[in-house]
Design a protein around this ligand. Structure first.
Ligand code: PT1
Length: 266
């Protein structure tokens, strides 16, 4: 899953798709084509930054950023378009514009989100977060992070099922970096097989995140090698979808793991 941020303040590639403070759709399309060429099966389009400390945006602003791009990618490219949103209105509009998946870091907790996602008919990724992006890294606390993330996700699955969303439409994500310390993130990665055992496809996003900065002292632009290591570790532990900025490099790293895997099956 390749990441395309349409926000001017993305943590990793903040505003690189902007020219004269306007989102440059043609530049975003070049990025989309490159990612598909490099092996992305899904492109995740986000119009609200959810990195630590980020401020919310209005629905109108999010719509203006995301919809034109969802529409063009869906029309031009053979790839599933995922819309990274918590807003029910954006979910409905994106589904109408050709989106093939909803990715909600708030796991459909906003008023109307469960209903909007249900009526879209689309697959949905439910992610765990403690707090809100604005404050989530202030003092994350868990008694047992793995158990609590698992129980939260199962509660959200149950909420989806009550609205008639069948399990086959759901993917789960532990939400690395969303209200978690370095130790919480490491415990989740170590015990990812326990989360995979819930029986849903797991989405994992660790690409360029601050856990790498905190452990290795690397700036954002120096986090690719560690991101690749984390991607392979996640796949090894049962992740099915890796959310990544550097699609070509990530696809190669995972292809090497796959080659070894296939040998084992001979
Ligand atoms: C993710 C994810 C996401 N991450 C899903 N969607 C972001 N399903 C946005 C940091 O610690 O992991 N899964 N959508 C980006 N959010 C963050 C969070 C970016 C933490 C950076 C950090 O640096």
């Amino acid at each position: 899953m390749g990441v395309i941020n349409t926000t001017p303040d993305s943590f990793s590639d903040g505003g690189t798709l902007y020219s004269r403070s306007r989102l440059d759709i043609d530049r975003a399309m070049v990025r989309a084509h490159e990612m598909v060429e490099a092996g992305a099966a899904i492109l995740d389009i986000g119009g609200e930054s959810t990195r630590p400390g980020a401020q919310p945006v209005t629905t109108g602003e999010e719509m203006d950023r995301v919809l034109p791009l969802v529409e063009r990618i869906a029309a031009e490219l053979a790839v599933v378009v995922s819309v990274d949103t918590s807003s029910p209105d954006v979910m409905c509009a994106a589904a109408g514009a050709g989106a093939g998946m909803i990715n909600d870091v708030r796991a459909l907790s906003r008023a109307g989100a469960l209903e909007a996602a249900a009526s879209s008919g689309l697959p949905i990724c439910l992610m765990h977060m403690q707090g809100e992006p604005d404050n989530m890294q202030r003092a994350p606390q868990y008694v047992d992070v793995v158990t609590q993330v698992r129980e939260f996700l199962l509660d959200r699955v149950a909420a989806c099922e009550r609205l008639g969303i069948v399990r086959e439409r759901l993917l789960l994500d532990p939400g690395f970096g969303f209200g978690k310390t370095v130790s919480h993130n490491l415990q989740l990665l170590r015990d990812l097989p326990q989360l995979a055992a819930m029986g849903f496809p797991l989405v994992v996003g660790l690409s360029r995140k601050s856990i790498i900065g905190k452990l290795l002292g690397r700036d954002i632009g120096e986090r690719l090698p560690a991101s690749l290591a984390l991607a392979v570790m996640a796949v090894e532990r049962g992740a099915m979808i890796i959310r990544a900025h550097d699609v070509a490099a990530t696809a190669d790293a995972i292809a090497m793991w796959s080659a070894l895997q296939e040998l084992g099956e001979l």
